[in-house]
Design a protein around this ligand. Structure first.
Ligand code: B12
Ligand code: SF4
Length: 536
């Protein structure tokens, strides 16, 4: 349930950003049905069995992705054993497997949007408005061996405006699951609706930033521009973290992006040899550089193992990715997933590997191919992927220091902006630079004392930080750096011993479940047993 460690900062060791994300799909369903409902998120096997033994359910829904198929099979078996009267419903990305019903003992397989399906299933009207759960976007964040603050104001709210993506790239299982090219589903059609939800989340969770879980948020232009008008009208100093294709980003003026509060963008950077058109005609180097110079942090995403990749050109593709010097970089293996055009094409060409030649749990984009690549010898793909992570880290240093650099650039550029709302937004974002981030920079600079290129970049950011925020920041950094350095070393030792970071189990009922008041109510889903220094 980790985003950064699994697929972004994977080889950054103790500098990696660690954090969990809740299962938003089932939370969304729970928040939107009036039937009594309990969510058990991230249970271990024994906890799942305990729940089946201790409470009787009419319906048990399971949400999963394709690599978790073996776990879901086992869960169905356990349900049939302990609760033979329950109906089993399976949804989420796993439902894209065409013959899933033959592979497991379930009563319903639900492809696509689950809220409306569940409403219909339990006999409720399907066209009521969606109720948005109030969920912090990440839980248990830590880096450099230090748990990060989860106080109101330090966290972002999850905002889910839509599901699906109309771009319909042939390998994209998300687009495929919600109907493919040209199709998507808006939970909130207009900027007004979205703004109202954001205001509620702002007051309920005490946040001023939003992780916008929408595969191409800015593509819905009318909604985004109306939201911009309302944000301006109401003087909201909000930050928005979005996913966007480069082409769509370029269709906005920089002032619009800044005024809308776009402060973090997840963007595909497929490289020169890619045949995908979403980057056509766009110089991603200058785009990244320009966005960063305005304080917009970039998570670049590069696919390893595109059809055109060969052992001869992959080194260049990796170098190209690293040269973008994005704040974060995700690398993923090109993987045909069931339900996609790519999967159908490779199946027709006879290039998918027989299922007994791989473990389905390994097909998650970070380990191995499930097909025969035309040029990359089988078994070498995982090494290429690690090379990409390593090269990005080696060239650009820890992501935490890159974020500091971009955030500082934004502050320096906008601290005197005539609109106080914009100044406030950049002040909020830069607040960490006055203390913890400055200390992290000092720690990293000491750590990289023997790597001149990285050290120099960190040093320049740190100097600018001291210059901008003065002696109090310098003193705080000096005082905190030895502590962080100590924690960094301790974290490195823990990692070397094979320590893993696991999410806690969440157990929450909705307000309609009145027979078990002892189960915490899912109002604000911060949940039970969030990780603390004591239990990691
Ligand atoms: C957020 C996210 C994560 C988060 C959190 C996941 C979590 N806690 O469960 C993090 C970052 C941790 C993560 C990790 C991974 N992820 Co991920 N992730 C996503 C992402 C971007 C959004 C999912 C989401 O929350 N959407 C918003 C909610 C509202 O939509 P939803 O989940 O689809 O739910 C709706 C329907 O699916 C349905 N539904 C869902 N569950 C159920 C259950 C029932 C019973 C019913 C009826 C309906 C139903 O109703 C919901 C409301 O409409 C998707 C891409 C995408 N846009 O879907 C990838 C995606 C799901 N992840 C993917 C992968 C591969 C992974 C990793 C394996 C990556 C890695 N190598 O480590 C890990 C594995 C995690 C794990 N062990 O399960 C793939 C899955 C591929 C596939 N076809 O199976 C996706 C599709 C990305 C991609 N295209 O490659 N992921
Ligand atoms: S732009 Fe991204 S989310 Fe949309 S279809 Fe292509 S890969 Fe999927």
């Amino acid at each position: 349930m980790e985003l950064y460690q699994n697929q972004v900062t994977r080889t950054q060791g103790p500098f990696s950003l660690r954090m969990f994300h809740r299962s938003w799909g089932i939370m969304m369903i729970q928040a939107n049905i009036s039937a009594p409902c309990t969510v058990l998120d991230f249970p271990v096997r024994d906890r799942f069995i305990e729940e089946l033994r201790s409470h009787t359910y009419d319906v048990i829904g399971i949400s999963a992705i394709v690599p978790n198929i073996l776990k879901v099979q086992e869960m169905c078996r356990l349900i049939r054993h302990h609760q033979p009267g329950a109906e089993i419903v399976i949804g989420g990305h796993i439902a894209n497997i065409p013959d899933l019903s033959k592979r497991m003992d379930a009563d319903h397989i639900v492809q696509g949007e689950g809220v409306r399906w569940f409403r219909a299933f339990v006999g409720e009207s399907t066209d009521q408005p969606f109720r948005h759960p109030a969920v912090p976007s990440g839980i248990g964040a830590r880096t450099l061996g230090t748990n990060l603050s989860e106080n109101p104001g330090d966290i972002a709210a999850t905002l889910i405006p839509s599901v699906g993506c109309p771009m319909g790239c042939n390998f994209c299982s998300t687009s495929a699951m919600f109907g493919g090219k040209g199709k998507f589903l808006n939970f909130y059609e207009t900027g007004d609706e979205l703004f109202a939800v954001m205001c509620q989340l702002e007051s309920q969770l005490q946040v001023n930033s939003f992780f916008v879980m929408d595969e191409n948020f800015l593509l819905h232009r009318r909604r985004a521009l109306r939201l911009l008008e309302l944000i301006e009208e109401h003087g909201k100093a909000w930050s928005l973290y979005v996913f966007s294709s480069a082409k769509v980003l370029r269709s906005y003026r920089m002032e619009q992006l800044i005024s809308l509060g776009i402060s973090w963008v997840w963007m595909g950077i497929e490289g020169k040899v890619s045949s995908y058109t979403k980057l056509n005609g766009i110089d991603t180097y200058s785009l990244v550089e320009e966005l960063q110079s305005h304080g917009i942090r970039i998570l670049g995403s590069t696919i390893i193992g595109l059809e055109e990749h060969t052992p001869e050109n992959l080194e260049d593709a990796i170098e190209e990715a690293a040269r973008h010097a994005t704040d974060f970089h995700q690398f993923m293996l090109y993987t045909p997933l069931p339900g996609t055009e790519l999967h159908r094409t490779l199946s027709a060409e006879g290039r998918m590997l027989p299922e007994d030649e791989f473990d389905p749990s390994d097909i998650h984009g970070q380990s191995r191919f499930n097909y025969k690549h035309q040029h990359i010898p089988a078994g070498t793909e995982g090494d290429w992927l690690l090379r990409a992570f390593d090269r990005d880290f080696e060239r650009n240093g820890p992501s935490i220091t890159r974020i500091a650099q971009t955030t500082l650039a934004g502050w320096l550029r906008y601290r005197k902006h005539p609109d106080p709302r914009i100044v406030q937004r950049f002040r909020n974002e830069a607040s960490g630079l006055r203390s913890t981030l400055a200390a992290a920079l000092l720690t990293a600079r000491r750590h990289y004392r023997n790597q001149p290129e990285v050290k120099q970049r960190i040093q320049a950011t740190l100097r600018e930080c001291y210059r901008s925020f003065g002696w109090p920041t310098r003193i705080r950094a000096w005082l905190a750096a030895p502590i962080i350095q100590h924690r960094l070393k301790a974290e490195a030792r823990r990692l070397a011993k094979g320590w893993t970071y696991e999410p806690p189990t969440f157990y929450e009922r909705n307000a309609f479940r009145t027979d078990a008041p002892a189960i915490p109510l899912a109002r604000i889903a911060v949940g039970v047993g969030a990780p603390t220094a004591a239990n990691v």
